[in-house]
Structures are given as C-alpha cells and as structure tokens.
Design a protein around this ligand. Structure first.
Ligand SMILES: [Zn+2]
Length: 288
C-alpha cells in the first residue's frame, strides 16, 4: 500500500525518518510552512526557509523515492510579530513556483486581530489563484477556533473544496461537515491530543469522504509513521484495503491535485508497496 502524508514538517526530521517513511510506503508528503520555534528577526529568514522547502528538502526526500510538495505562508503565531508580517509582500511570488500547492498552514493561534488579518489576506491570495489551503486550528479552544476558521473561509468566499480545516477532534468534525464544503483534516499525535486509535473511531463514524489524516510530525513529540500506522490499525479492525487506500492515498492526491500542480506521473502507480532496494538504485544516499 502506498501513502501520502498531507501535513508533515520534514524540515525538523532526520534523514533516518525519510528512510523509515519510505520503507513504510510513504510516497508523497506535503510540508506546510510553520513556526520554527526560534523567533525570526527578519523577512530574509522566511526567504531562506521557503527556498529550503522548495529546494533542499525536496532533494532530500527524493533520495528516498518520496515526492515532496509544500504550501507556504506567514503562520498564525508569527502573524503577531511586526518583523514577520512583511513576508506577505513576497509570498505571492513563492505561491506561483513549481511544487507549491498553495497556502498554509494559516489560521488562528491565540485568535488575535493580527492573526485574523493575516489569515484573511492569505485566504484572498489563495482565492485569486484557486490553489489549496491548509488551515491550522488552535489546540486551545478547539471548538471556537474551528468555528472562527469556517467563518473566515466564508467571509472571503474562497471555493470551500480547496480548503482543509486541519487538526480536528471528535468534537469538531461534525461542525466542518455540517457547516461547510471544506475537507476535514486530522492529526495523529503519539501521546497528547489525538491518537491513532481515536482516529480509527473517527473513520468508522464519519467514513472517508473529504477526510484527510496526517502526522504533522515536527520538532515536538510526534511520529512521522502515523499515517501507515493508521492503515495498520484499520486493517487489524477488518477494513478493506481499498477503503484504506482511498483514505490515505487517493483522498490527499485528489485534494492536492486541485492546485493543478501535483504531478505524480513519475511515481510508479503499479507497485502496491515499496521495494526498498529500488530506492537506492542510482541514488546517492546523503551522509553527514
Ligand atoms: Zn503543522
């Protein structure tokens, strides 16, 4: 089986992780721009970061037969820092580059006015381009955050099928489904927040339509193998391979392909898994 992790911060992961991901069947990843932890002091650091995501990180993934695409933005946390906001002036140029599927992850963190302004402005950029959007919802006040995110999407009037409202929990999936045409994203974490087991229950309750599942693995406690682990749990509970592949491969492919920029012609459609040895052929594996 092959997998697409539609939200993972490879920048913060090791090359060993890429190897484990490849061996587990992950063939495509989408990396949203996010907060790196250390406050940025100038817009120049965003340029370097964006260039890393469309350059070095794409190359590093390719060494393991993984296709790396990304979405770029000013994230919500940094929207509160006046030193960071001017990145919005250079963002459009980056959104038009190859391999950039759209805008993300944008949304609310503390739900401040500055976050709202940056969120709306970037939804407008996405609406103009008809590209996809990954919306981060806050971990505190989840319900209010999801509600405000849906409201912002409606305020701008972007086509809702281009948007995924991410990091849903059991108490918010229904809100996204009832109130919008947006996709519902779910992040599985190893310890806190939503586990793989809880994700299984969500799949069993809501089905697969417009549903996405990701690891959001980053520099915090997280697991880049949570997408294949979800497949494993679903299989154990008797779900059909076809349905699992719909959820964890065809869904993210369909969502990202709306950008018009997802080229998967280079991927071997025929193989159901990955031959680890094939990945090494003709490739120089990176060494420190
Ligand atoms: Zn993220």
């Amino acid at each position: 089986m092959k997998f697409f992790d539609p939200h993972i911060h490879c920048f913060s992961r090791t090359t060993d992780d890429y190897e484990r991901m490849a061996l587990s069947g992950i063939r495509i990843v989408c990396e949203p721009a996010f907060w790196l932890g250390q406050p940025r002091t100038s817009v120049g650091t965003f340029i370097d970061y964006f260039e890393t995501l469309i350059g070095w990180e794409r190359f590093r993934a390719s060494q393991y037969g993984i296709k790396h695409v990304c979405v770029l933005c000013l994230n919500s946390k940094e929207a509160n820092d006046p030193r960071c906001v001017p990145v919005l002036d250079i963002l459009p140029e980056y959104l038009d580059k190859d391999g950039v599927m759209g805008v993300g992850e944008i949304g609310y963190d503390d739900m401040t006015q500055a976050e709202h302004d940056a969120f709306i402005r970037q939804l407008e950029l996405a609406a103009e381009r008809e590209c996809i959007v990954i919306v981060h919802t806050p971990h505190r006040d989840k319900k209010e955050g999801v509600q405000k995110s849906i409201d912002a999407v409606k305020e701008v009037g972007i086509a809702e099928h281009l948007v995924v409202i991410d990091h849903n929990t059991e108490e918010t999936v229904q809100m996204v489904k009832d109130q919008s045409e947006c996709w519902a994203g779910h992040t599985m974490y190893p310890q806190t927040k939503m586990s793989v087991e809880r994700a299984v229950k969500i799949v069993e309750r809501y089905g697969t339509e417009k549903m996405l599942f990701n690891s959001s693995a980053d520099w915090g406690q997280s697991d880049p193998l949570n997408v294949p682990k979800l497949a494993f749990e679903l299989r154990k509970r008797g779900h059909e391979q076809e349905d699992i592949e719909q959820l964890l491969w065809h869904n993210p492919v369909a969502f990202m392909a709306q950008s018009g920029k997802l080229d998967i012609s280079q991927l071997d459609e025929a193989d159901g898994g990955v031959n680890p040895y094939a990945l090494y052929e003709g490739n120089t594996i990176l060494r420190n």
